[in-house]
Ligand binder design. Sequence first.
Ligand SMILES: Cc1ncc(COP(=O)(O)O)c(C=O)c1O
Length: 403
Amino acid sequence: MQVATTARNRKEKEEKNKRKNRKQLGFATRAIHAGQKPDPATGAIALPIYQTTTYAQSAVGVNKGYTYSRTGNPTVAALEENLAELEGGAGAACFATGMAAITAAFGLLNSGDHAIVSTVVYGGTPRLCNNILSRYGLKFSYIDTSDPDAVRRAMKENTKIIFIETPANPTLKLSDIRALAEIKGDAKLIVDNTFLTPAFQLPLELGADVVVHSTTKYIEGHNTTVGGALIPKDPKLLEDYKYFQNAVGTILSPFNAWLTIRGLKTLDLRMRKHSENAQKIAEHLESHPKVSKVLYPGLPSFPQAELAKKQHRGHGGMLAFELKGGVKAGLKFAKSLSLITLAENLGAIETMVTHPATMTHAAMSKEAREQAGITDGLIRLSVGLEDVNDLIEDLDEAIRLAL
Ligand SMILES: Cc1ncc(COP(=O)(O)O)c(C=O)c1O
């Protein structure tokens, strides 16, 4: 027993050192290599898709670390190692969808516990909280988390989670992670980092406890999967998330993990190009006579431009704008695009446009949307990797047809 413990300790130490050394490598290098080594059986440089339900055991309880693919799978584990490395977490748990990850984040609470959630978040999050989790006795307050004082005032003795999305979907409103970390007390600060990814924002370094991803978006990046991840700083919390995931049965599939790993390898390049294109489009729209408002954290006119500079290493590919003709013009505009696709997703190589009030945020009440600044005329643009001049031409033509 003693021998086994010492060997385990040595292995853990080696792993830790390996992780420490990796930290010194650049982001793009780690995105390509962390958790990835040539297959020991064949030398295949691309990790195999371990498409298996179960794993042979040489005797009862003797296995190679895997027993059943609801509990763990080597392809999923490789993705988890990579994401943990990039975000600087103790590990990661990868889920079937982003919503499954968010369910697990709240799923560790007990009846009667309270959570603070940003007023501006992806519409599926308040839908989950209000229509599902509230049935189990969890209490939620929707607070403008861009104002740390408002959060401080909303904290209660039973507040266990502060859940923020920054930049938030779809208005790009920011919350100051460092400021919230200072006032969170014993509550866990959970940050949905879907919009910027670890390429541009590291919430754990800024004092958050857990990072959430819809890997469906930039992490996988090619409009081919749905997936999610939780990356906590505390190894005990990781264990609890994995326990929850196994009990509820919401792990990511090996094939989707494999596609996500492939996407991650180009995350650095993609995020830079998404940002470059989005910056050019934001500037173009801002100078367009038929556009009344543009929200993009890289514009000097963005209300929280200073915080964006402090908190981000790049501003990503998401922007929102309003046409002078309001809702009617907005809907006509969305219909008139020819290259850009009207779709629910974001964060992929193809440029996509969304009308949040009737699509991604339709599950929120009109009142909640208004409170969050999601006006009926707001258009969300997920800027892809096409030639930016082609995108600008398509936008201009659709605006001309709409107004
Ligand atoms: C910021 C954000 N978080 C979470 C989710 C939910 O992720 P999924 O659709 O993968 O369940 C979304 C989906 O659009 C999102 O935009």
